[in-house]
Design a protein around this ligand. Structure first.
Ligand SMILES: [Zn+2]
Length: 73
């Protein structure tokens, strides 16, 4: 799946949104009629909603004290 810029004047597919779509979510092997067209606002909204579902893992803590093996300091 990828997100491409929508160059045609098509409506955003999100219910209740009247904006023109600026991006399309494209599945592998899908044709244009199967694109999910979204405007920038809705894409940001989707991103925000996704982040509620997929909580990003905290990066490994690089500030952990290094463990000295063999007592060599
Ligand atoms: Zn929209």
């Amino acid at each position: 799946m990828k997100i491409v810029e929508q160059e045609n004047k098509v409506r955003c597919d999100v219910a209740g949104c009247k904006n023109l779509a600026e991006y399309s979510i494209v599945g592998e092997g899908g044709n244009k009629s199967q694109y999910i067209n979204v405007c920038k606002d809705c894409l940001q909204e989707i991103h925000r909603e996704c982040s509620k579902i997929f909580v990003p893992k905290s990066p490994t803590n690089i500030f952990n004290k290094p463990i000295y093996k063999g007592g060599f300091r």
